[in-house]
Design a protein around this ligand. Structure first.
Ligand code: TXA
Ligand code: MG
Length: 329
């Protein structure tokens, strides 16, 4: 049995999911580890395979707007505006769940996170399955997310097949908003649809706030040391800091940088794109190459502090959290 399925096998893949299989699937953000939400055992297997605590809720993926009403209750009017603007695409909304979503999907919470992915293979697959697909990122809990089918093969054993959809065009996980309050849209996890774009679409009547952590929701992506590479990882903005680390690790550093001067200082380097869209597409792949290199430590050059870099800041702060004592919970 081949572990990699192609677009030509999409019917086969949909059939397997309907029968209760767990499978790697492409989305435009990152690859997901998918199961049909009507199969409790399949959904539970996702948690086991990922080593993910069972109370960390999953995102469900839908293929049309009717499914939004099928799986949720009390949808505030502004959610329709958001979905029209950003779906299919990398925006996840958290809403009250309907009875069609089992507690085993939401970690016992009364809310469900859902999105309509833009990847054509993902959309086609969900349509063929006929119902929602639960899919967290297809990595082991706490590790770097996969942006290519090969990363999924590496993370799981032979029991897991993967549908090949090429490299992910967005490259980091979706933006998550809590949309249960009709007057307020709460940003729970930043993504490439940034706070400003959401506020622009919603206008003045709806407040967009970014304090999800304070609501006490269980959002695993919000653990401060999530997305951790296996090597010491540092976020650095000053040349002196880079020089100090270079001395500490005897030059055995893998550097992710945009500064030409810095790039010349080390031999293991990855020149990073200067615009946030391309940077996001490349960051997880670069972290993987850094992990697999001979370097003893990884250094990431701090990017600009403008809003379009918010999601990237979130991911690289988490990747380096262990190495900044103040950030570890
Ligand atoms: O781009 C993405 O969102 C990818 C692709 C595969 O769609 N999926 C993804 O899933 O990143 P995962 O499981 O790695 O992250 C899902 C996040 C978690 O932080 C989880 O806690 C949060 O969504 N979440 C899920 N249901 C929630 C809920 N009811 N309330 C608050 N947060 C929720
Ligand atoms: Mg994840």
């Amino acid at each position: 049995m081949s572990r990699v399925l192609s677009i030509d096998d999409i019917d086969l893949a949909a059939h397997a999911l309907r029968q209760g299989a767990v499978m790697g699937i492409p989305t435009e953000t990152v690859y997901g580890l998918a199961a049909d939400i009507s199969h409790e055992n399949a959904v539970r297997r996702i948690f086991t395979l990922k080593n993910r605590p069972e109370n960390h809720p999953l995102i469900i993926h839908i293929a049309n707007m009717e499914q939004l009403s099928e799986y949720t209750l009390n949808v505030p009017p502004y959610v329709k505006i958001l979905c029209q603007a950003f779906w299919p695409g990398p925006l996840t909304v958290v809403l009250q769940k309907s009875q069609k979503v089992g507690d085993y999907v939401t970690g016992g919470q009364s809310t469900v996170a859902l999105r309509m992915p833009a990847h054509p293979i993902a959309l086609d697959l969900i349509r063929r399955v006929g119902g929602a697909i639960a899919a967290p990122s297809a990595n082991q809990f706490g590790r770097v997310s996969p942006t290519h089918y090969k990363h999924v093969l590496e993370a799981f054993d032979e029991s897991i097949q993967v549908l090949d959809g090429g490299s992910c065009s967005i490259g980091i996980e979706s933006t998550i908003v809590d949309a249960t309050d009709p007057k307020k849209c709460v940003l729970l996890r930043p993504g490439m649809i940034d706070k400003q774009r959401i506020q622009d679409v919603l206008g003045r009547d709806i407040e967009v706030v970014a304090d999800g952590a304070k609501k006490g929701m269980r959002v695993s992506g919000m653990l401060k040391s999530h997305y951790a590479p296996v090597k010491p990882t540092y976020l650095v903005s000053q040349t002196e800091e880079l020089l100090a680390l270079k001395a500490l690790y005897d030059g055995e550093i893998y550097l992710l940088s945009f500064t030409e001067q810095w790039v010349k200082m080390l031999s293991l380097i990855q020149s990073m794109p200067k615009n946030s869209t391309d940077y996001a597409q490349n960051i997880y792949g670069a972290l993987r190459r850094a992990e697999q290199s001979t370097a003893q430590a990884i250094v990431i050059e701090s990017p600009p502090k403008t809003v379009s870099w918010d999601a990237i800041w979130d991911r690289i702060l988490k990747a380096s959290a262990h190495w900044h004592p103040a950030n570890v919970d």
